[in-house]
Write a protein that binds this ligand. Structure first.
Ligand code: HEC
Ligand code: HEC
Length: 468
């Protein structure tokens, strides 16, 4: 407990400190020399944490600050199927699905609340993989009908107040979070809307937005795998997340954590959650890998790809680089600062409690991510526009309009990724299932670095990528 108190005290000082990390009582950065390559992002000081405590907090605390009263939840949702529970979770959350936590709110009501795993865990070939970004979540539905029913569900005044808080936030979000297709994740938009409803200094909620809304429609953003974070010196596809990563990760608290003291209490255990995230390893490729082909693929990789993506294996070396959008050529919308990365929302973040030791920066490019476990993280690119690695390596194979298969058997270990079906000739299909690369934000253009290779080189490269 004492280190938590110490962390809170340090942060209280950090609030009025200058920009020198040393002056804020934080440990010095591991690399202090400026990188010679300007695209490389230097490491910044991070708070240490304990991974085991982080797992307990991740799956047991109420860091979003609101939820549905447990009694109501049990009446409507019932017990989660065995396959949806977290293996090894004990206590009151044991019978909840993996994406929900149970905790007692300050009002004394037991709540069921969303945790991070709703977006940061996913089933792959029938198995739940913690840290794998969920590419199947459905944010296309309209949540407003749920709101109408909400208030009538309980006659208990304290439960009604808890439910009312949750529904108020959902009401603010509803017009802005509906995505065009299943699998697209609106998290960057959700964050922006919630920033807009809060005073940056006090974090007090305002029913009226304090920053002008509406935003444009959410663009698709693919959820990055958590096991990559240990190599990264900047968070998010654009590299916009700088400074203390634990503080950025707790931004989920902007949903319902309404004052700075409560936010500090959450912040105190987020270094533990970060330590858990850093402890994750990528899953291994489950099929056979042709070693001689992969060895040839490694040579191609080191010649063609390593300058941006680093090298792998025991002597592997990776540095986080932001590559200009004009060079990588992928869809420009996110790099043009969509959602929380637009100027007014960056300013909110940087001026707020969250900005005390972290910041959002604008960069017109994308991080060339580490490729560990890349076989498991389809669809590819920041917007999930490329269903397989084979299509990433050969842009002529990328579908224009397709349905991306997402069932247990839809993962293709040869092309490495999700099977997809072109849909131009199938009339009457629900548009929510069609990934249309002609819509702004959805383009699968760019990253053609392997197009110029021979078919053999691409084949070998694909074999090598399976081994990472
Ligand atoms: C509604 C879905 C959603 C929830 C809930 C969510 N995230 Fe995320 N998370 C995302 C998306 C989408 C991104 C990528 C955004 C981008 O790069 O623009 C992301 C990015 C991240 C990253 C950066 C990864 C990287 O490699 O750059 C971390 C770390 C992270 N989230 C941790 C968390 C934690 C911890 C929680 C819970 C407190 C959480 N997230 C809750 C959707 C979500
Ligand atoms: C000039 C730098 C650069 C080079 C060279 C490069 N890449 Fe990339 N790569 C990027 C960037 C930047 C992204 C992210 C683009 C985005 O998400 O829009 C990326 C994304 C990827 C992804 C998708 C990652 C994901 O999680 O979705 C894969 C796979 C990949 N690259 C493999 C390769 C391979 C294989 C090569 C060599 C043939 C290569 N790259 C060459 C910069 C580069």
């Amino acid at each position: 407990m004492h280190e938590r108190v110490a962390a809170i005290a340090t942060l209280a000082f950090a609030a009025c400190g200058g920009s020198d990390p040393g002056a804020r009582g934080l440990p010095p950065a591991t690399t202090t020399t400026a990188p010679r390559d300007p695209s490389v992002i230097a490491a910044e000081p991070q708070r240490a944490g304990d991974a085991a405590r982080g797992w307990a907090a991740l799956t047991g605390e109420g860091y979003v600050g609101c939820g549905a009263p447990r009694a109501l939840y049990d009446r409507f949702a019932g017990l989660a199927d065995e396959g949806w529970r977290l293996p090894g979770r004990t206590g009151r959350g044991a019978d909840l699905p993996y994406f929900a936590n149970a905790y007692t709110a300050p009002s004394g009501v037991e709540l069921v609340t969303a945790n991070c795993l709703g977006c940061h865990a996913s089933f792959l070939r029938g198995e739940l993989v913690i840290g794998l970004g969920d590419a199947t979540a459905d944010f296309t539905f309209d949540v407003t009908p749920m709101l109408a029913a909400g208030g009538t569900l309980t006659s208990d005044a304290v439960e009604q107040a808890e439910l009312g808080k949750l529904l108020g936030r959902v009401r603010a979000l509803a017009p802005h979070m509906k995505t065009r297709v299943v699998g697209a994740n609106p998290a960057d938009h959700i964050a922006a809307v919630l920033f807009a409803h809060r005073d940056p200094e006090t974090l007090a909620w305002s029913d009226e937005p304090l920053i002008e809304l509406p935003l444009e429609e959410p663009i698709p953003v693919d959820v990055p795998a958590w096991w990559l974070l240990k190599k990264k010196t900047a968070m998010f596809h654009t590299g916009a997340g700088r400074g203390d990563q634990s503080r950025i990760m707790m931004t989920a608290s902007v949903l319902c954590v309404d004052d700075v003291a409560s936010a500090r209490a959450v912040d105190a255990y987020f270094p533990d959650i970060r330590a858990f995230v850093l402890s994750l390893e990528p899953p291994r490729f489950p099929g056979a890998i042709d070693a001689p082909l992969a060895a040839r693929g490694q040579a191609v990789f080191e010649r063609t790809c390593a300058r941006c993506h680093g090298t792998y294996g025991p002597d592997g070396r990776y540095q986080t680089r932001v590559i200009a959008q004009s060079i990588v050529g992928t869809d420009p919308e996110l790099a043009r600062h969509a959602g929380q990365f637009a100027a007014p929302f960056r300013t909110w973040f940087n001026d707020s409690f969250y900005g005390e030791i972290a910041r959002l920066e604008a960069h017109d490019g994308y991080v060339a991510p580490p490729l560990d476990g890349i076989w498991a993280t389809a669809p590819y690119l920041h917007n999930g526009s490329v269903p397989t690695l084979a299509a990433l390596l050969d842009s002529s194979l990328r579908p224009t309009r397709s349905i991306i298969g997402r069932g247990r058997d839809a993962y293709d270990l040869d092309a490495v990724g999700w099977r997809s079906f072109p849909v131009d000739h199938i009339p009457g299909i629900d548009a929510r299932w069609i990934y249309d690369t002609t819509v702004p934000g959805y383009s699968s253009a760019g990253h053609t670095f392997a197009d110029g290779l021979t078919a053999d080189d691409r084949r070998n490269l694909l074999e090598y990528l399976k081994s990472l």
